[in-house]
Design a protein around this ligand. Sequence first.
Ligand SMILES: [Zn+2]
Length: 160
Amino acid sequence: MPDIRIGQGFDVHAFGDGDHLMLGGVRVPHVRGVLAHSDGDVVLHALCDAMLGALALGDIGKHFPPSDPQWKGADSRAFVRHCNRLLAERGWRVGNADITVICERPKIGPHADAMRVNIAEDLGIDVDAVGVKATTSEKLGFTGRGEGIAAQAACLLVRA
Ligand SMILES: [Zn+2]
């Protein structure tokens, strides 16, 4: 068994009624909300899938099924902390994580550092080990048309 593992994750939520998005645990004002069972935080959901994937533990839907009422409106930071405990139990920790948010709006840049701080805190790692950046899809596809928001994440696990 090597001393590093890699994982990647991807998540999408459609926009719906609302006045804010939860992104990286940060409440970002917006003219729409998202349709989701939990708080619909694409940043943290992509990160959880990357963490779980690195140890082949399945996906976020398996660990936090939308059919389970205990996750209704859930704070996705609890998902991240739960995934981090699963890694720790197996002798691993996140070395670094890198996340890309894909949307036309809202602007991510002004909130990226606050997201990094939240994620670093939940993972118990240095904020310099967490990257959050954003891109548009040049007005193409569902993100380009403003129908929803997507995020992808990669993380490296190292031996704890
Ligand atoms: Zn999600």
